[in-house]
Design a protein around this ligand. Structure first.
Ligand code: XIL
Length: 314
């Protein structure tokens, strides 16, 4: 039978879905997640700093390991997400004196990347370093080290796991614009300094009411032309609720456009949707009044419009 991952794999790519620990006890859910539609997963929360190192120097890999175990049992490759991010940080990181931030960051990366060595094929080493206007986002790391924290994080990750593909990942960089220009310039500058960087992740959190990103294929291609892998890492296409046939049709064109943009770029290695079902989507909790963002509905039924639009694009 035809599957999303099977169609992607015919072109050397993967099609994956994020997941989370609570969902793994939902057997109807796991039957689909592990049933062949997907060839890759990303833990939605369980490898983030607040989960892994809630207290300085105390590491708890239980939740991340559970995702890895499920993935290994069902032939899903794992993208590690994420080592350095301003959000979902434990309080102790934000409270550290600036002079201690670099050592704490390096230790976190070294410990976590070493633990998952051989179990993840890629890491989002740095997540969301930019503001929407292309300036660097304030964070404990940026405040302590300036933008040099990015190079330091990448070098530290490479030393811990030389085989993992190292990514910088961000949102609202899917199309051409100030933010993707900033990412492009950052990556070029890292490369010119010999900093290890293998890929750029484009989250792909889209909303039909905001329009489709401009020139997505060309944008992906300019990063690929730097010798990098690119990936769509957190795709979902939300709408203002309630769902209707018109919105579903627009959503389907967005899914189709994203999949086609990736398919047209040889170095686009794969696509991950940010969970596959509205039952477990982050959207309604984050964007009030919005949802219905994924190709399976809250009853785990495929939405033919969105699903077929993905199939057609692959
Ligand atoms: C989201 C998770 O899906 C939610 O469960 C959590 O409450 C907040 O984070 N960009 C990212 C992801 O890189 O880590 C975020 O995941 C969604 C936005």
């Amino acid at each position: 039978t035809q599957t999303l991952n099977g169609l992607a794999a015919a072109h050397g790519r993967y099609f994956g879905s994020a997941t989370d620990n609570g969902e793994l006890s939902d057997t109807a859910y796991t039957a689909i997640l592990g049933g062949g539609e997907f060839g890759q997963t990303t833990p939605g929360n369980s490898m983030k700093w607040d989960t892994i190192e809630p207290t300085q120097g105390t590491f708890n890999y239980t939740k991340g390991d559970a995702i890895v175990t499920f993935a290994q049992q069902h032939n899903l490759k794992v993208r590690g997400h994420t080592l350095v991010w301003h959000s979902q940080l434990p309080g102790w990181v934000s409270s550290l004196p600036a002079a201690q931030l670099q050592a704490a960051m390096e230790n976190h990366i070294t410990q976590e990347a070493t633990h998952y060595k051989g179990k993840v094929f890629a890491w989002d080493v740095v997540n969301e370093p930019f503001n929407d206007d292309g300036t660097f986002r304030t964070s404990p790391f940026y405040n302590a080290m300036g933008s040099a924290y990015i190079a330091d994080a990448l070098r530290t990750a490479r030393a811990a796991d030389p085989d993992a593909k190292l990514y910088i990942n961000d949102y609202n960089t899917d199309g051409m614009g100030a933010k993707s220009d900033a990412m492009y310039n950052l990556v070029k500058s890292l490369q010119s300094q010999g900093v290890p960087i293998d890929g750029v992740g484009f989250q792909g959190h889209l909303a039909i009411q905001y329009g489709f990103p401009s020139q997505m294929q060309q944008n992906l291609q300019r990063f690929a032309d730097l010798g990098l892998d690119v990936a769509i890492t957190e795709l979902d296409v939300r709408m203002v609720l309630p769902r209707d046939a018109t919105k579903d049709a627009t959503q389907a064109t967005y899914y189709n456009n994203v999949v086609k943009a990736c398919a047209a770029v040889t170095r686009c290695v794969g696509i991950t949707i940010w969970d596959y079902t509205d039952k477990y989507s982050w959207v309604p909790n984050t964007f009030s009044g919005q949802g219905a963002a994924l190709p399976w509905d809250e009853n785990l039924a495929k939405k033919p419009t969105a699903y077929n639009a993905i199939v057609t694009g692959l």
